[in-house]
Write a new protein. Structure first.
Length: 427
């Protein structure tokens, strides 16, 4: 039995850093020699791939291994497919890695442009799901009008990351256009732009309500926004979408606005790059660019046991290959020197209570950990509030025994979801 909804907020005092009033230009990385895209793989579909090695592709072309299914990626370059290979992502998710070698001769696919005079949710969903920002368009399309509010993140959920903040402040015209398109193609008329206290100015006539949150982590996480801005507590085991609210990044909305403004599907990703010395850059590159090219562009070397984190310092995860590409939802890449990296240990829990004190959901984290370490996920969910967790990572951050609590929690939720699938039932 689930005991408790997320219900309170302690004050960990990790602040979000605000960008300066005069925004820097993005630092642009040239198109790499190889682009890699992760196309979702459906193991249940035993059909021949509709794509093959040697196929030419255009910039902005929709690439789908299974044309009858709603899975696709967008080619960010013109060139040739040079390999198709299986790839296993976080928690064993299956993909096909599509590698494209650009030929330097940019040809824009105009299939989308031919249809933009009549925007519909189907059109937006069919072409812009893989655009920068990774808009949750299929969720919107499948909701049958259940989603009544869209929240646009103009503030990044993780501290140190400034991608959404930068985009919301620097691309107002496309943001306004994207908001208008979303209103036109959905039943959603309440759109809220989330920003932090000091940066609320400058968004007049944008077509959305502008609301600020405290510049203190984890105020910009969805569950916190639901509670502090919308006055709704998400019950344990439910999602924001269950309550009719859907979250978009500012970049996802801008991708929609820019696509309808220009007729071209955007293919460049903006993200925050944090070097080992803590220097923060706002970088722009083609989706699919390998991390190795980004490190090289900034003269950053990675030594044994240094860490490369995709995502923010609290909720991101490490990658282990320099070929790992920038993806539509990569909002930050952080390089951490081995001497500063927080390594997990095999020390046992000493019941210091730090995780319990800092947990915004007031979970008995020290008890939850016992069950997670023993892979007893159902017990963790039934008796120790696994589904009340809002995935802030603060427990891992403060754990004196360096137990990877946050990773255990994500794995447990993933495994419990997987156990509900038909494949798991048949196994
Ligand atoms: S990640 Fe940890 S601190 Fe954050 S809500 Fe979940 S259990 Fe609590
Ligand atoms: S912070 Fe770590 S060591 Fe302390 S009670 Fe929580 S899990 Fe145990």
């Amino acid at each position: 039995m689930i005991k408790k909804a997320f219900w309170g907020l302690s004050t960990p005092q990790i602040n979000y850093e605000m960008l300066p009033v005069h925004l820097p230009e993005t630092e642009k990385i040239p198109t790499p020699e190889r682009i890699t895209l992760f196309h979702p793989k459906n193991d249940a579909l035993n059909v021949p791939s509709a794509l093959g090695v040697g196929d030419p592709v255009k910039t902005g072309q929709k690439l789908s291994l299974y044309p009858d299914q709603n899975y696709y990626v967008i080619s960010p370059v013109s060139g040739t497919i040079t390999s198709l290979s299986p790839y296993t992502g976080d928690f064993g998710k299956s993909y096909i890695a599509i590698t494209i070698t650009p030929d330097g001769n940019e040809i824009i696919d105009d299939t989308f442009r031919q249809q933009i005079q009549s925007p519909t949710l189907e059109l937006v969903s069919n072409y812009l799901t893989g655009a920068p920002g990774n808009a949750p368009l299929s969720l919107l399309a499948d909701s049958n009008g259940r989603i009544k509010t869209i929240v646009i993140r103009g503030l990044d959920p993780d501290p140190m990351v400034a991608t959404s903040q930068y985009i919301a402040q620097s691309r107002l015209k496309d943001l306004k256009k994207g908001i208008q398109i979303l209103k036109d193609v959905t039943d959603v008329q309440d759109i809220i732009l989330i920003t932090a206290g000091e940066s609320i100015q400058g968004y007049g006539h944008i077509g959305a309500r502008v609301k600020s949150v405290k510049a203190i982590y984890p105020a910009a996480l969805p569950h916190m926004v639901m509670k502090d801005v919308l006055g709704q507590v998400v019950p344990a085991g439910k999602t924001c979408e269950d309550l009719g609210v859907c979250f978009f990044t500012a970049e996802a909305v801008i991708s929609i606005g820019s696509a309808f403004e220009s007729g071209q599907i955007p293919t460049s990703k903006i993200f925050t790059f944090i070097k080992k010395d803590g220097t923060r850059k706002i970088v722009e590159t083609r989706i699919g660019t390998p991390i190795g090219d980004i490190l090289e562009a900034f003269g950053e070397t990675v030594n044994e046991f240094d860490r490369i984190i995709f995502g923010g310092p609290m909720t991101g995860s490490a990658v282990y290959a320099l070929e790992h590409p920038v993806q539509p939802d990569t909002d930050s890449i952080i390089v951490v020197d081995r001497d500063k990296a927080a390594y997990i240990s095999d020390y046992p829990c000493i019941h210091c209570g730090e995780c319990v004190r800092i947990c915004p959901a007031k979970i008995q984290v020290n008890m939850l950990v016992r069950f997670l370490e023993a892979n007893q996920y159902e017990e963790a969910a039934d008796s120790y509030d696994l589904y009340s967790c809002i995935e802030c990572g603060l427990c891992s951050y403060v754990c004196v025994s360096k137990i990877p609590i946050f990773q255990y929690i994500k794995l447990a939720k993933y495994e419990l979801e997987r156990a509900k699938t038909p494949e798991a039932a048949d196994a």
